[in-house]
Structures are given as C-alpha cells and as structure tokens.
Ligand binder design. Sequence first.
Ligand SMILES: Nc1ncnc2c1ncn2[C@@H]1O[C@H](COP(=O)(O)OP(=O)(O)OP(=O)(O)O)[C@@H](O)[C@H]1O
Ligand SMILES: [Mg+2]
Length: 248
Amino acid sequence: MSEITNDRASSPVFTGPSSLGETAPAVELRHVSKSYERTTRALDQIDLRIGVGEFVAVTGPSGCGKSTMLHLIAALDVPTSGSVLIDGRDLTSWRDLSRYRREHVGLVFQLHNLLASQTLLANVEVVMFGTEASVHERRARARDLLAQVDLAGRERRRPTQLSGGERQRVAIARALANHPTLLLADEPTGSLDSVSAGHVLNLFNAVHATGVTIILVTHDLTIAAAAERVIHMRDGAVVADVPTTAPN
Ligand SMILES: Nc1ncnc2c1ncn2[C@@H]1O[C@H](COP(=O)(O)OP(=O)(O)OP(=O)(O)O)[C@@H](O)[C@H]1O
Ligand SMILES: [Mg+2]
C-alpha cells in the first residue's frame, strides 16, 4: 500500500471563531433529534463528541439511526432539534454548506455513486471542480490518489470493469481528493469479501495516520474493532461508547 498523504492534516483548517477554543472536538452533537414525517424518531437526543483525529466506528441494528447521524454531520440534512458543531462551530452558522461539504468532508457510501460511463480518473477529478485547483492539478492529484489506493495503471478504466473492492477504493480516493478533515463512511465494506474489506480497512488506517477524523458506520463488529472507539446505537440513541484495543 502506498503512503497516504494529506497536506492539510497538520495545519489548522478552520480559522473562524470557535466557541471552545483549540480543544473543540472535530464533531459534536448536542441533544440532536431527527424525526421524519412526525412519526419516525430516527435520532433521539444524541449527545456525542468526537475528537480531532479520532477513528470512531458506529454500529447498531438496521434502522437505529446510523445513516441519519452521518447525514446530519455531513450537512446533507438538518436536525429537527439540537445542534451539530464542527470544530466548535454550529453548522447553522456556516455561510456555505456546499463549500463545507466540498472542502472539509469526504463521503464514502456503500452505494458509491461512481459515474459508470466515466474513467476512474474522471470519477476522482469531478469532485475537484469548483475548487481552486487547475485542470492540471486536478489531473495530477487524481492520478496520485488512484496510485495511493493501488489502482495505478487503471486510470482509464470504467467502474464497471472493476471488482467491488476496487470500486470502493476509487470511492475512497474520490473522498480524499479535496483533503478532507473529516471522513464519513457508511458501510464501506458491506458488500465486500473479507480480503477486500481488509484492504479497505488498511486504507482507512493509513488515512487515519495522516490526522483525518474518521467516522465509520458498520454492521460488522470485526470491522468496528479496527477503530479506536465504538459507538453502539439502538432506537436512535447511543447505548454504549467504548474504546477498543485496536493498535492505532
Ligand atoms: N428520508 C426518510 N424518510 C422517512 N423515514 C426515514 C428516512 N430516512 C430514514 N428514515 C427512518 O429513520 C430510521 C433510521 O434510519 P437510518 O437510515 O438512519 O438507519 P440505519 O441505522 O442507517 O439503518 P441501516 O443499518 O439499515 O442502514 C429508520 O426507521 C428509517 O426508516
Ligand atoms: Mg444506514
């Protein structure tokens, strides 16, 4: 596995005011509830703090609110009540949430939404549109990232010509393209065999080593054990929050 690099990992990314100063957690949920259609309470008064550079797994039965929580942290949805703070700043105070997502968050979902008709290179480049990177820089970074996930030489292939694990690695390369400080992954190994899942996990460990905060949702307790801390959810609430013995 090539070395994962993240130029921004070591430098302060947020320059705005922080209510908690330098010790602000990367992610904080304060009394967060989320209801859908008045009947379903997907999240119920969640309080959670995740430190900068932590690698956290979130696990729990289907429907317990894991994806909902990731969506709120990614600012893809808003809480019904309570607040989500990123580096001490309430997301509602961010002027440009699409910029927050593009510049600070890397998203890896199980249905990774790669563009089937486009090359791997184009799939990684696309998320850098709208950033200050030039065409040349975007191309170079996409090549570099694909090499980091061991897909060098296959840049011109299409996602349909790859295995599930390889596609997941493209999705991870894409998620890292804009140097995120926060990597959110929803069941990234769900459809993979154990060898491919292990490869993807190695990649997460390498990203974690660069200082990126990672929240990894998984049903699989073996995968969860790779994190430093496992948050167990049930019925929209955190029922356990335990450190692991992972060698991080
Ligand atoms: N857009 C939506 N509209 C209505 N209800 C929703 C919506 N999204 C999620 N829910 C409901 O909210 C609850 C939590 O869903 P969520 O997707 O967060 O669960 P999950 O823990 O990710 O489950 P899984 O492990 O199956 O992915 C479920 O009862 C689900 O049916
Ligand atoms: Mg889910």
